[in-house]
Design a protein around this ligand. Sequence first.
Ligand code: NAX
Length: 327
Amino acid sequence: MTTPVKIAITGAAGQIGYSLLFRIASGALFGPDVPVQLRLLEIPASMQALEGVAMELDDCAFPLLDSVELGDNAEHIFNGANLALLVGARPRSKGMERKDLLDANGAIFTEQGKALNKVAAEDVRIGVTGNPANTNAMIAMNNAPDIPAERFSALTRLDHNRALAQLARKTQSRVDEITNMTIWGNHSATQYPDIYHAKINGHSAAELVEQHWIEDDFIPTVAQRGSAIIEARGASSAASAASATIDAARDWLHGTPEGDWVSMAVVSDGSYGIPEGLMYSFPVTTQDGNWQIVHDLEINDFSRAKMDASATELSEERDTVTELGLA
Ligand code: NAX
């Protein structure tokens, strides 16, 4: 029998967790032949809810679900994890300043980075969905000195998928006819969805749409999609965020198709003038669980300004967490 993969998931009793666990247990991430062991982390106050979720996992009788471990201790849950999906985070509550949010989450991701450093498997990959995802991932990375920095990534795949869907709708094409979409920067309102390199059936996407659509419709719709969903649903994106978390991990581990790339927030090596060490979303190709930033793309002035604005925001977040002693 194939050795089961150990997947640690934090915030497992939350809304994203409620979609994510069942899809992973049914084989959506590792395919129909690989058994999975779920190791689920929650805070003490949510352990009872997590037990309910685990009962439902039992009741699905998933053939691929080898075991489920629940706990509120990061070192216990991360023990031996091959993949850690860090979804749980402290949400912004009323009256909370950005700095307070970074502080509260910094404490969580400092502790989890240290725990991963101590007990995760040699081959661990760590995907951060919990917001502010880019900076949380940077904090975890900086607190795990024995894990290579390239093993950390923050989720901008939901933004990437949203961009594909909007472009497909506008051009009356199918999402699988679109390649080379890019999200640059932070998973926040400053993100820059870039279609200047995207292709639809091999043709330049930017030539098929008007510039004013890109500026006045496409970019704001993608960047503000999360708020639009909260407005409509009364709750933040959950199933789509879970789906993107799976897409991101699957493509990271199993590779991108020839000629295409995906967007992942990864540690900057200074490519495209983005300050080193920031967790910034780039176009990347992946192979055998490793990613590489796509180099030498031509960047026009419009793109440059937007890429820099998002880098500035991430630098400010980094300054704040550095002042707080978290990174
Ligand atoms: P929920 O509030 O429904 O669930 C979060 C869960 O995390 C809760 O059950 C909570 O008890 C748990 N938790 C909090 N601190 C924890 C800790 N230290 N260890 C373990 N568990 C902990 O939020 P949900 O809608 O599931 O969203 C989860 C996170 O994803 C949020 O930070 C959210 O902002 C973020 N998102 C990120 C997206 C992205 O594209 N990167 C998009 C969707 C989503 O907004």
